[in-house]
Design a protein around this ligand. Structure first.
Ligand code: ACO
Length: 431
C-alpha cells in the first residue's frame, strides 16, 4: 500500500488491478472499487455493508473498538456535558460550534418554524386513535412534501437550508401531536418562550385546562438524549435518507423514509423492545431463563439493547445514559428503581457470560434510554419517536452534505443474480 494503491489479484479471472486507496483523517482506509466493474467486469459483494464505506463524510466519527464517538471532531462526552441540543444541531449542520450571536439567531429561526400548517392537523384525523405514533410520523412527515412549494428546489442551497430548519423545528410539534392523537387530547401549540426541549415537553404534557410547568430535570434529560441520538454516521436510517435523497427526491419524503427505517426493532425500535423485554423478565430470578433464550440459536429472541454493528467494546452513549438514568430516577417522582436494578443486573450477568463476551455484545444506547423516557412519563410506543426527534438533525446534515457534493450520484447498488437462467414462455394450457 506504500504507493497508495491496493493490488487486487484474482487468478481465477485473470484480474490484477491497482486500486486507489482513500485515507480518512481518522479510522480505516478504504479501497476505491468504484471503477472496478468498468475496468474488469467484476462486482464487489458485501451484504449488510460489513466492509463498505458508502460515502465520504465530515460529520461524525466512530471508533467502534475504542468506544469513541465524535461530532465534527468533538467528543460526545464533552457535548453531552456542556452543550444544548440546538448548539449541537448547529454544529452538525454547519461544521463548527456557533458563536453566541449565531446560536441566538439559529434558535430564533427554529422557534419561528415550529408551528404546523393548520390543514396538516387534518392528517391526524385520518389515523385511528390507536395508530402507532411512528406510523403517524412516517405519514405526517412525508405529507410535509405537499407543502412549502416556495423552497423545494433541492439544487438550491438556500432552499435546502430552509427545509432543514423546517424539519428540525416542526418535528417536535408533529411528534407531540401524534401522542395527543393517541390519547385523544387536543393538540398543544408551540410556545415560543420555551427552549427546544421544554417546548416539546410542554406540547406533550400540558393541556388547555390547567397550567403546566416543565420540570428542569426532565428538560435536561431530553436535551441530553437528543444530543446522544443526534447522529451516528451511516446507520440504516441515515443511509436510507441518503439513498432516497440521491434520486433528488423531496427532502421531507426522504426523512419520512428514514423514520420508517428507524422504526425496526434491530435499529431505533430497540428502545421500546428493551422496556417490553424488561417488563416481561419482571424479576431478577428470571434473568437466567432469558439469557439462555438469547443464546439458543433455535429461539429468535435476542437480548434487546445489546450488541451493535460498530461498537465492539462499549457504546459511549450507553455509559453516559447509565449514570443519567440513576440521576433521573433519584430526582423525579417515579418508582422505577426496581426496573433499573433489573437492567443493571441483566447487564452484569450478560457482560460476564462467555456467549456475549466472545461476540463482543455490550449494552447499546437503547438499553437505558427507555428507562429514562418512562421516568419522564413518555409511553413505550413514543420511545422510537424520541429517537427520531434527536436523529432528525443527523439525517438532515447528511442529506445536506450529500446534496452539496459535486460528485453526488444516484445510489444504485448491483446484485449477484441467482435466479433461473433464461427460459422460454410456456402457454398456460401447456403448464
Ligand atoms: N442477543 C443475542 N445474541 C446476539 C445479539 C443479541 N442482542 N446481538 C447479536 N447477537 C449474536 C448473533 O446471533 C450472532 O451470533 P453468531 O455469530 O453465533 O451467529 C453474533 O452475535 C453477531 O450478531 P449479528 O446479528 O451478526 O451482528 P450485526 O452487527 O448484524 O447486528 C444488531 C447488530 C442488529 C444491533 C444486533 O446486535 C441486535 O439485533 N441487537 C439487538 C437489537 C438492538 O439492540 N438494536 C439496537 C442497535 S443500536 C441502534 O440502532 C441505535
Amino acid at each position: 500500500m506504500a504507493d497508495n494503491t491496493y493490488e487486487l489479484c484474482n487468478e481465477h479471472k485473470g484480474i490484477k488491478e491497482h486500486l486507489p486507496v482513500i485515507e480518512g483523517t481518522q479510522g480505516p482506509h478504504a479501497v476505491d472499487v468504484s471503477k472496478l466493474y468498468r475496468d474488469t467486469g467484476v462486482l464487489t459483494y458485501d451484504p449488510g455493508f460489513m466492509s463498505t464505506a458508502s460515502c465520504e463524510s465530515r460529520i461524525t466519527y466512530i471508533d467502534g473498538e475504542a468506544g469513541i464517538l465524535e461530532y465534527r471532531g468533538y467528543p460526545i462526552e464533552q457535548l453531552a456535558e456542556k452543550a444544548t441540543f440546538l448548539e449541537v444541531a448547529y454544529l452538525l449542520l454547519h461544521g463548527d460550534l456557533p458563536s453566541s450571536v449565531q446560536l441566538r439567531e439559529f434558535e430564533q429561526i427554529i422557534v419561528y418554524h415550529t408551528m404546523l400548517n393548520e390543514t396538516l392537523k387534518n392528517f391526524y384525523d385520518g389515523f385511528h386513535h390507536d395508530a402507532h405514533p411512528m406510523a403517524i410520523m412516517v405519514g405526517v412527515v412525508g405529507s410535509l412534501s405537499a407543502f412549502y412549494h416556495d423552497s423545494l428546489d433541492v439544487n438550491d442551497p438556500h432552499h435546502r437550508e430552509v427545509s432543514a430548519h423546517r424539519l428540525l423545528a416542526k418535528m417536535p410539534t408533529i411528534a407531540a401531536a401524534s401522542y395527543k392523537h393517541n390519547i385523544s387530547e387536543p393538540i398543544v401549540y408551540p410556545d415560543n418562550n420555551l427552549s427546544y426541549c421544554a417546548n416539546f415537553l410542554n406540547m406533550m404534557f400540558s393541556t388547555p385546562c390547567e397550567p403546566y410547568e416543565v420540570n428542569s430535570t426532565a428538560e435536561k434529560a431530553v436535551n441530553l438524549l437528543f444530543i446522544l441520538h443526534a447522529d451516528h454516521e451511516q446507520n440504516a436510517s441515515t443511509s436510507t435518507v441518503r439513498l432516497a435523497g440521491s434520486s433528488l427526491a423531496n427532502p421531507f419524503a426522504c426523512i419520512a423514509a428514514g423514520i420508517a427505517s428507524l422504526w425496526g426493532p434491530a435499529h431505533g425500535g430497540a428502545n421500546e423492545a428493551v422496556l417490553n423485554m424488561l417488563t416481561d423478565i419482571g424479576d431478577v430470578s428470571q434473568i437466567d431463563k432469558y439469557i439462555a433464550k438469547a443464546k439458543d440459536k433455535s429461539d429468535k429472541f435476542r437480548l434487546m439493547g445489546f450488541g451493535h454493528r460498530v461498537y465492539k467494546n462499549f457504546d459511549p452513549r450507553a455509559d453516559i445514559l447509565r449514570e443519567v438514568c440513576k440521576e433521573v430516577l433519584d430526582k423525579l417522582p417515579v418508582d422505577d428503581s426496581p426496573l433499573f436494578e433489573l437492567a443493571l443486573r441483566l447487564e452484569e450477568i450478560a457482560l460476564h457470560d462467555e456467549y456475549f463476551v466472545k461476540r463482543k455484545l455490550y449494552p447499546n444506547v437503547d438499553f437505558y434510554s427507555g428507562i429514562i423516557y418512562r421516568a419522564l412519563g413518555i409511553p413505550n410506543n413514543m420511545f422510537t419517536v424520541m429517537f427520531a426527534l434527536g436523529r432528525t438533525v443527523g439525517w438532515v446534515a447528511h442529506w445536506m452534505e450529500m446534496m452539496s457534493d459535486p460528485e453526488q450520484k444516484i445510489g444504485r447498488p448491483r446484485q449477484i443474480y441467482k435466479g433461473s437462467p433464461r427460459r422460454e414462455y410456456i402457454p398456460i394450457e401447456n403448464r
